[in-house]
Every structure is written in C-alpha cells, then in structure tokens.
Write a protein that binds this ligand. Structure first.
Ligand SMILES: [Zn+2]
Length: 288
C-alpha cells in the first residue's frame, strides 16, 4: 500500500497493568497493586503537551476494573480499540475462546464509549503462523484493522517474512481487513527477510534515543509508514519487582526510567496520530 501523503505516523498504547504483561495467568492477578491509572495519566499528560492523539488498545480486564479510565481516555480524544480480554497468547486459545473474549472485551468498551471498536492488537503480537485463523474471526466480528502481525523473529511472536507495511488482507470469502505492523527496519541483502524491530516497547528502552531516531528516519526516507507503541507500565519505574523467568524479566524491567524522556523526544521529532486518523480513508472504504 502506498504512503498516500499521510500526515503523521501512528502512536498506540497497549493499556494493561504491569502484572498483566508478564505471563501471569488472569486468575492470579487479584493481589497485585493496581497502577495502570496513574501511569496512563502520565502518558495522557505528555500526549496533550505535544498534541499527540493515540490509539489505546485497552485490555478487557482493564475496562472492567477501571471504566472511568476508559471514559477519560475517550474524552481526551484518543481512539479506543481492543487488546483482547485475558492477555493470553492467541495461539494458546481455541478459536471459540478467542471469539468469546473478543466479543466480551469489545462489548465492555463500546458500552463505555458509545463508539464502535474498529481495531485490535493481540497480546504479545501473538498472531503468528499458528494462529492466522484469528484474522478471519476478527473480520467476522466487525474489526476493520489489526496490528498484531510482527515481521520479526522473537521467542514469543513474529512472522519474519510478513509484510512490513500496511496492507489489505483478504479471506477466502473476500472479506477484507487492514493489517498494520509496528515499525521494523529491513536489513539489506544478503539478509533478506531480516527486519530489525524498532516500533517501541522494550526496543525503545534498549536503544539509545539517537539509534531509535536513526531507524525511524531511515524508514521515513524509504517513504514508508511508521507505527510505534508503548505500555503504561513502561513509564512507571516504581512498579513492583517480582521474580520472573530471566527472558521475561530482562526485557520487562530494562531501562524503565528512559521511556518518558525518549517518548518526549520522539514527540518532538515526529508527528503521531491514531490509527483511526492516519488510516481514515482506508477504514472508510473497508466499512462500506
Ligand atoms: Zn499486552
């Protein structure tokens, strides 16, 4: 898909609490300190200062426990989309449970905002070769765009040779949906299909800011679209430290102090909008 003279790139937030994104099952979430509202306030303040509008992929469980937060984000002018309900990896769910959780989480959000949910991002980007069936279910349930296919190699996710840029994907019965991956930078030959992740999350915290900016400028020079995301707990260095498997804790707690200052510089150097705004014409065509 051509970059149709779009004004700005996409910024999104996967709205979940710190214990929800570290592979702890939902039935064990009860005793953990709730911190998502305070960290979302910090992100909302920063976005307001730089006139950034975002898409917030809200976890169903967060919408259930913090309805005022969802309303507050909505009233601040940001788009609300869905991050599923339980934060279980999509390839660990049955198609039936995925559909049930999707309906439940979309229903919770629509009840709070009075607006149709049009976008979806899977927990840990877990729409992979093993769970492509989920894309058909998303379309059947009225979702117009998805941002879950990550064209990289990672222990939890990734389809390394997937499209790096927004594309319209079509199911066998001709139903269409927009897929918008988060940003990656393609290494030149002789390493085809080797994309460097640079669309936010842990990578934003790991790279020095000038490296992060270099990747995004290079992508811009290619005339391509950029999508960047963060989590609220990434701007909350004070959240509790608990024992986790090394591969989870190494990235989860890394450089949390750096997220807000780096985001501020990103907002100074690039223009960011929501999926709804950046892809308005594509989404309008898909909803006809
Ligand atoms: Zn998540």
């Amino acid at each position: 898909m051509e970059n149709q003279g779009r004004t700005g790139h996409v910024f999104s937030i996967d709205v979940e609490d710190w214990y929800q994104g570290i592979e702890i099952p939902m039935d064990q979430w009860k005793g953990f300190e709730r911190r998502v509202e305070a960290s979302m306030e910090d992100l909302l303040d920063l976005m307001a200062r730089y006139d950034v509008t975002a898409t917030c992929f809200v976890l169903g469980k967060v919408a259930e426990e913090h309805p005022e937060l969802v309303q507050h984000i909505h009233e601040a002018g940001h788009e609300i989309a869905t991050h599923g309900y339980s934060h279980e990896k999509v390839y660990n769910l049955s198609p039936e449970r995925f559909r049930r959780e999707l309906r439940h989480s979309v229903g919770l959000i629509q009840e709070l905002t009075g607006e149709r949910v049009r976008g979806h991002r899977a927990p840990y980007f877990t729409i992979t070769e093993k769970s492509l069936w989920a894309l058909d279910i998303l379309r059947e349930e009225g979702i117009l765009y998805d941002s879950s296919v990550h064209p990289v190699l990672n222990y939890r996710y990734g389809i390394p040779n997937a499209d790096r840029q927004p594309s319209v994907i079509e199911s066998e019965d001709g139903a269409q949906m927009l897929e918008v991956p988060v940003a990656t930078y393609p290494l030149p030959d002789p390493l085809p299909d080797t994309n460097v992740p640079c669309g936010g999350g842990a990578y934003l915290r790991i790279y020095p800011y000038r490296v992060q900016r270099w990747f995004l400028r290079k992508i811009e020079e290619r005339g391509e679209h950029i999508s960047v995301y963060v989590h609220p707990w990434e701007v909350d260095p004070q959240h509790p430290k608990i024992d986790l498997p090394f591969r989870v804790s190494a990235t989860h707690y890394w450089n949390l102090d750096s997220t807000l200052p780096k985001l501020e510089r990103l907002f100074q150097d690039f223009t960011f909008r929501s999926y709804r705004d950046v892809f308005s014409s594509e989404l309008e065509a898909l909803s006809e």
